[in-house]
Design a protein around this ligand. Structure first.
Ligand code: FAD
Length: 386
């Protein structure tokens, strides 16, 4: 039987997939968006949005922050944050631009609805099982076959599209260590039990960090780190929970795990007519693990490349690679270099090093995290050409 045809097939309907689908369907392309899950679906995440993320959402989806707040998408806003260590040292600061916190279940479902409203055809429970990169074809686990001019792999940290491209020799995976394990648990919010703003903890784990993020109903507690021989992240996390002095039953909260790209970014995000975006391209900040911004932004760049190369789909990857290397790759590289300096230290020195930097140059550090500056020499950012 002939495969079903579309202009663009997108695997994965997280923030990256829905963004690409929204832009491409809005330009009149026939877009098929597949996800192995039905939505709303849970996604393990702290849900923290930086300034640059909100800017991107406003630009891409033409929606105001106020509208997102009224829609109940943004659950929490704060201008304060704390960096802390295991010995009770902590530095709390006030930001110029607030952080926003979202619940990923409703957040992802919201952007998927935008994509469908723009005209994308969504299929839930449709996992891409295999691909033929030469023909640009995908087969789902339910046996449906699709052929597209371009495939966009937005299928997350364990991307099937990325693995297939790598085994077909169409992609060179990086050699640097680039995948963290992350664990989270959710504690009931009790007045005064947790800081009312995001707190990042250093020193509990080697080559990683822990966090406590507030939400309206529950507190998100998490830890992420690169693998360290002979250490179990679960043990580090349980010790972290004990040190937070949670009541005994909460120290035994159920832990949930998920992978996190942590330096696995690619220099060329795809192969042939297949483009990788978001976690599938390894695009999370290699130090703090921020990935939502990079998911939306890389999908925007990929979609623009597909539109520009519509007549010659084989040129889409070259166009995407060009904007990717200009707008995203330098951020990954410089954040990675910075973390190499910090992770060369023993974990007990992460906090003294970072808090010294925050005391000496607080605005530079905060503007870099928020995206008003680049990780590249902390330069103030000029808007990246679209
Ligand atoms: C514990 C944790 C905390 C985090 N906290 C933050 C944070 O506070 N702020 C932040 O900015 N980032 C955070 N991140 C990173 C952020 O969650 C990711 O970078 C972001 O979700 C990437 O979006 P994506 O669309 O690329 O992938 P995903 O959101 O993972 O979406 C991928 C989609 O692909 C689907 N899929 C997978 N395989 C297939 C297949 N074969 N066929 C079809 N569909 C498939 C999945 O069902 C999923 O819906 C965190 C990550 C973790 C693990």
């Amino acid at each position: 039987m002939d495969p079903e045809a579309c202009d663009v097939l997108i695997a994965g309907a997280g923030p990256a997939g829905s963004t690409a689908a929204f832009i491409l369907a809005g330009r009149g392309l026939k877009v098929v968006l597949l996800d192995r899950s039905s939505f709303p679906r849970p996604k393990l995440c702290g849900g923290l949005l930086t300034w640059k993320t909100v800017q991107s959402l406003e630009r891409i989806f033409q929606v105001s922050l106020r509208a997102l707040q009224s829609a109940g998408l943004i659950r929490f806003e704060t201008r304060r944050y704390t960096v802390a260590d295991r010995c009770g040292h902590a530095l709390t600061r006030r930001l110029d631009d607030p952080f926003h916190l979202v619940d990923r279940t409703s957040y992802d479902a919201f952007w998927l609805r935008q994509a469908v409203s723009a005209g994308a055809e969504f299929h839930a429970g449709a996992a891409v099982a295999s691909l033929d990169p030469a023909r640009c074809e995908a087969l789902t686990d339910s046996g449906r076959r699709w052929r597209a001019r371009v495939v966009i792999g937005a299928d997350g940290v364990d991307s099937r599209i990325r693995q297939t491209l790598a085994s077909a020799g169409k992609l060179r995976p990086p050699r640097r260590p680039g995948r963290a394990s992350a664990l989270e648990c959710f504690a009931p919010r009790r007045p005064g039990a947790f800081p009312d703003h995001p707190t990042i903890y250093f020193g509990h784990v080697r080559r990683g960090y822990a966090w406590s993020f507030p939400g309206p109903a529950r507190q998100v507690l998490g830890i992420a780190a690169l693998k360290s021989p002979g250490r179990r992240l679960q043990d580090d996390f349980r010790r972290f929970l004990r040190e937070l002095k949670l009541p005994e039953p909460e120290r035994r909260l159920r832990l949930h795990g998920h992978g996190l790209p942590y330096g696995s970014y690619l220099k060329t995000p795809g192969g042939g007519n297949m483009l990788l975006v978001g976690d599938a391209a390894g695009l999370a900040d290699p130090f703090l693990g921020e990935g939502i911004y990079y998911a939306h932004r890389s999908a925007e760049l990929a979609a623009q490349a597909v539109i520009a190369a519509f007549a010659r789909p084989e040129a889409a990857l070259a166009l995407y690679r060009e904007s990717f290397r200009r707008c995203l790759l330098p951020e990954m590289r410089y954040a990675w270099a910075g973390r190499q300096v910090i992770f060369a230290l023993p974990p007990r020195l992460y906090y003294p090093f970072l808090s010294l930097f925050l005391r000496l140059a607080p605005k530079i550090a905060e503007q870099t995290i928020q995206g008003r500056r680049s990780f590249r020499w902390f330069r103030l950012k000029t808007p990246c050409p679209r």
